[in-house]
Design a binder for this molecule. Sequence first.
Ligand SMILES: Nc1nc2c(ncn2[C@@H]2O[C@H](COP(=O)(O)OP(=O)(O)O)[C@@H](O)[C@H]2O)c(=O)[nH]1
Ligand SMILES: [Mg+2]
Length: 658
Amino acid sequence: MAETPTGTPESGRGGGAAGPRCIALVGPQGSGKSTLFEALLAAAETPLRRGAPRAAPGELRIAHAMHGAESWALLDCPGSVEFAHDAAAALAIADLALVVAEPVPGRVAALGPVFRQIEAAGLPALLFLNKIDQCAEQLRDLLPLLQEETSRRLLLRQVPIREEGAVTGYVDLVNGRAYRYRNGAASDRIPLPDSVRPREAEARAALLESLADHDDGLLEKLLEEQPTEPPEIYRPLRAGEASGAVVGVLFGAAAAAGGIRRLWKALRHDTPGPEVTAARHGIAPEGPPLAQVFRLRQAGHAGRLAWARLWRGGLRDGASLAGHRIGGLYRAPGGELEKAAEGAAGEILALGRLEGVAAGTTIGIPSGGPALPFPAPPAPVHALALLPEDRKEEVRLAAALQRLVEEDPALGLSLDAESGQTILSGQGELHLRAALDRLAALAGGVKLKTARPLVPYRESIRHGVVQHARLKRQTGGHGQFADVKLEITPRPRGAGFHFDEKVVGGAVPKRFIPAVAEAAEAATRKGPLGHPVVDVAVTLLDGTFHSVDSSDMAFATATRMAMQEGLAKAGPVLLEPVDHVTLRVPAGHAPGAQRLLTARRGQILGFAMLEEQGGWEAVEALVPEAELADLIIELRSQTQGLGSFTRRFDHLAEARGK
Ligand SMILES: Nc1nc2c(ncn2[C@@H]2O[C@H](COP(=O)(O)OP(=O)(O)O)[C@@H](O)[C@H]2O)c(=O)[nH]1
Ligand SMILES: [Mg+2]
């Protein structure tokens, strides 16, 4: 007998077709999300189409599918932490998170950040342990490790059937049925093998006991040792998953389509409808159309599309949504973009020609109403300076960059006033590389050079000097004359620039003193080492003037001459910015992180355990900014791609050995 995707009516969604639902596939890179995405589509009535764009690294893929006469949108989220914001955006609008993980102890830590995102979004979740064909581990040993990564209770819903060490099928713990996988096809129902009976009984008891904590009816039955029917188990399981108290755990092999139909069945039963998710977001069922944009992307002829979840009301192409006229409405059946005439509440839709709408925007809220929550992008950890190979292309590049950062809120764009560099920042090397690929398309062939951003060095002086300068020029009839004596002294770090005057007897008339002050300060913009000069005091001690030839300009020039000569003689010293850096790493990685920082002239300030599952640690240090350029690359390579850091400017320090 073949496994069928239909559930018993009691265990189903209570009759009636559900509204369009949306599932976000999330999990570490390489766990098999994209393979599972395709396997789920293949098992539905709308398989992945040939025309669907290939998955680019780091790109979220969206596919609509019909399955069991219900409408679904599947979101294949990128797994790398560098694209975590894309996954967070998907989670913000999904009905359920399908966490895909490998049943390998060494890969478990990567689940921590994934579950934290899901917990922050308050979203129901299922955990799918993929690659079960390669799993040598006992799931009962693995489960406690997985459990450390989430505050939700993990409940195993299946146990594996093993033959000669390999997993060849499963027992469904709710209905007690056994199945054997058939490569690429629906599993066969088989009699429960004697060998799994003890394990099945133990795991089933554990499942029921956990569920009885939340369900008095079930508890009573267990206490009275009465047999339980599947609906009595599905009910608390679904309620627990919906409330976020529990996460059901299923397993299979996406690459061989093993366990996919069972997974679909769980998704159909346990994914809340859009009206439930909308209510969780506080959206009233009645009212004008309401949508939330979660992603902006360029899509060939269609132009820039705003992917949105329509929470309320219906939409037609050409209609106006809260003042925005929709120029093109699309779905992606089987992953391929297709024009649609209209969309219904609950659907994921791509809206064309929506100008001035950013990712996260709620469209259609009554004025003054609160916008729907949307995750804030993380602070950038990596940056590149960009320059067109041909300076004439600068304007075109700037326009394309503007569009690029509008599409991806996890990117940052700034113009460094000091260096004149255009700085693109983001979540790491991969993220920036993917961004540059998209930029190339947006900028239509502008050739780019990239470089490390310049470090904003400063300079100061070690000791004081008194410097005299005289300007005396005779040009034609009317000359220029000014004479100043300046004292230039160092000030404490961070004290800034200060000007004073101690002129006696009008040696320099009052009216010229502002020009001296201004010129003295202007001279600090570029010191003898080529950087802005900080923390100096300039005092005008004395001077002379000429009643006809002296002017503001003459005094400014004399002051500039005195400053240039004086600063060079005052023991110039290079100052470098030092940042306060906080690294966050998975348990056990703090010593490695510390070595990484000390090798970069870092001064360790302390360690802290983070208030998160799985014992993540934070290391705080003071590190020269010049050493931070590639920190994220090394940190990620040391921590399975999981480590990250935040930084803020702390102080300027003398750059030794520079
Ligand atoms: N053995 C085995 N390999 C799988 C399975 N599912 C996926 N893979 C492989 O795992 C690798 C990563 O899969 P992919 O779907 O790209 O992972 P993603 O980064 O999570 O999207 C690919 O080489 C897949 O062929 C599975 O069920 N069993
Ligand atoms: Mg993938």
